[in-house]
Design a protein around this ligand. Structure first.
Ligand code: NAD
Length: 357
């Protein structure tokens, strides 16, 4: 029998997937719960126009599994989940539809906790919060952490410092040259931190206004979007697109380090092997960019949201990146595999403790 979804569930040991439908509001969606081994399955709610329902389900599953690894590697007591609404956020989103989704999430009794993702906003989360307590990403006035991008940016710079230490023997970024791609909410803050650290940054963005802002604010040099990969610099820092480590960009790189915030940086796993072969040190994307989620989910920890505690945990990304290097060296594997091993080892260790009582 051809059963791609069920095969995927079996292959990656999924706990549960729920399809949701609410005919009155037009809601059609998926809630995927990969693992609750470390805690409630947590992950954002995506709204997207999928080609077909199978694509929507598989996307939810893939993303949920990614969250299991992200939280486990970040040292958080959360499992992996993700929800998807099929539809165009610009046309199909309504208060009634979001509230219907909120009621489905509520029925899971806390097994799944939702948050913002592509196609949903903090305002949407506030709407869902009126139906269920199981929402983590919330505006400050609802008890949430608000803007998480400064924490994401800080985490990526901590990861970059760990990479610098591995390559040059010192985490100090002063005098290091960095090619930064993408001056959005995270990239612009990372640029500020790099300038503060004394790095020499060359930037690019497809939005000329953002490039002008960077030049005016930090006096940095800028290049055309296509020219960023071939810059003769120490570090490539991607803050824009996924799949940015690919055959084309690898052929142009002169850098010794890749570290930034972009999700799913490797176009294919073999590109992670290729980075290794070329001696380029890679700060694994989901470890490096976990600062925002660490900050965001602090409100689920004992005592509720404590910004200083949250930022201290974000800074641990420096040590965690070194842990990934150590596993890679010990096991003779590339960093992207070592990060998965770090996450799996933590789940196995804590699950064993739980089983033993
Ligand atoms: P954003 O949309 O605010 O910024 C992206 C920027 O990249 C924009 O300024 C855009 O103009 C630019 N860009 C797009 N295509 C480009 C190209 N070809 N060349 C140069 N610039 C280009 O997004 P963001 O929230 O800053 O996130 C950046 C990356 O980090 C994304 O991959 C995102 O998934 C990831 N990430 C973000 C967070 C967060 O806290 N926001 C957390 C984890 C991961």
């Amino acid at each position: 029998m051809d059963a791609p979804v069920l095969d995927y569930l079996r292959k990656y040991n999924f706990k549960k997937v729920q399809l949701v439908n609410d005919s009155a509001t037009g809601l059609r969606g998926v809630i995927a719960i990969h693992s609750t081994a470390l805690g409630p399955a947590t992950g954002g709610l995506r709204m997207w126009t999928y080609e077909n329902e199978q694509a929507a389900i598989l996307d939810a599953l893939r993303l949920a599994r990614g969250m299991t690894y992200k939280y486990a590697a970040a040292g958080l007591d959360l499992g992996g989940g993700k929800a998807v609404i099929i539809g165009d956020p610009a046309k199909d989103k309504s208060e009634a539809l979001l509230r219907a989704m909120g009621r489905f999430i509520d029925q899971l009794g806390g097994e799944y906790i939702t948050g913002e993702d592509v196609g949903t906003t903090l305002d949407d989360m506030e709407v869902i919060f009126s139906e269920t307590d199981h929402v983590v990403t919330l505006p400050v006035h609802c008890g949430g952490a608000g803007d998480i991008s400064p924490a994401t940016a800080l985490g990526t710079i901590e990861a970059m410092r760990a990479c610098a230490e591995r390559v040059w023997g010192s985490p100090d970024l002063s005098g290091r040259s960095v090619a930064l791609q993408g001056l959005g909410v995270v990239g612009s803050k990372a640029l500020g931190l790099l300038a503060e650290a004394g790095a020499k940054v060359v930037v690019t963005d497809i939005d000329p206004a953002k490039v002008q802002w960077a030049k005016d604010t930090y006096g940095v040099e800028a290049v055309a979007p296509d020219a960023i990969y071939a810059c003769d610099v120490d570090i490539f820092a991607p803050y824009a697109l996924g799949g940015i480590i690919n055959d084309d960009t690898l052929a142009q790189f002169k850098v010794k380090v890749v570290a930034g915030a972009a999700n799913n940086m490797l176009a294919e796993e073999r590109h992670g092997d290729e980075l290794e072969r070329r001696g380029i040190v890679y700060a694994v994307d989901y470890v490096a960019n976990s600062g925002g989620t660490i900050y965001d989910t602090d409100r689920l920890r004992k005592g509720g949201f404590q910004p200083e505690r949250a930022m201290a945990k974000v800074r641990e990304i420096y040590a965690r990146t070194h842990e990934v290097f150590a596993i890679a060296e010990r096991d003779g594997i590339p960093c992207y595999q070592a990060a998965d091993r770090l996450a799996e080892a933590r789940i196995a260790a804590l699950t064993a403790v739980k089983l033993l009582g």
